[in-house]
Design a protein around this ligand. Sequence first.
Ligand SMILES: N[C@H](CCC[C@H](N)C(=O)O)C(=O)O
Length: 276
Amino acid sequence: MLLRFTKMHGLGNDFMVVDLVTQHCKLNEDLIRSLADRHRGIGFDQLLVVEPPSQPNNDFKYRIYNADGGEVEQCGNGARCFARFVLDKKLTTKNHIKVETLSGDIELIVEADGNITVDMGIPKLAPSRIPFNAPQQQATYKVQTVGGEIELGAASMGNPHAVLVVDSINNAPVNTLGAELESHPDFPQRVNVGFMEVLSRQEINLRVFERGVGETQACGTGACAAVVVGCIQGLLDEQVTVNLPGGSLTIQWQGEGHSVKMTGPACRVFEGQIRL
Ligand SMILES: N[C@H](CCC[C@H](N)C(=O)O)C(=O)O
């Protein structure tokens, strides 16, 4: 069969986006991994799938698969591209789009300037809901690593995040400590690992070693989790500019019990089709 797709990115975090509303295709881990291969396949950080909703009050179901083939709960940069995709493909005419994800319903708002704002939902901070092995919720946790004990913050945006505060992202051990923490036994479902440099109470630099992918040029849920952890540690205000290697996002969070709002761009690169 021929599968139509669109290649997209959110600040360089890149996606293969597939409409399984007007197409039908059985996806499995091996197929996704081969499609994600940047030398032998299409190449992407995540595969995003558009499906009909299972609840009538929602517009779509949004499914997300990492390059390693594993299905995950949430993808923030992907959510912005999802909104751009369903409008470009005329699968909807709405500019407030409600989608179902593995971690709950989120709302995508297409702004007049073309940016997309996503209500990413309320972050989960209880260790059992991240999930993270700790006896109680704290602003920082001590974790044993090969190089000794480190401190980190932890939160879930539907998907699990660890966030470390560093003096500079330029020499942060993203690909060594990030890789170690991604599969650390204290995170039973593995974890995305953010390295946050605080520039002011309204601006941070951030690099993220993503679960199932490695370092990406941007991570939307990682930006949300970094602001949540930074606010809880008393380092940040309610609105923060998050500078990632691929560009900047605006994140807003009014504190525990409130949703995190993320605003940023979504770009279409090319249309394609692949024979499966
Ligand atoms: N690697 C993540 C999923 C994609 C998140 C990221 N691309 C974003 O923009 O939020 C995980 O395993 O939870």
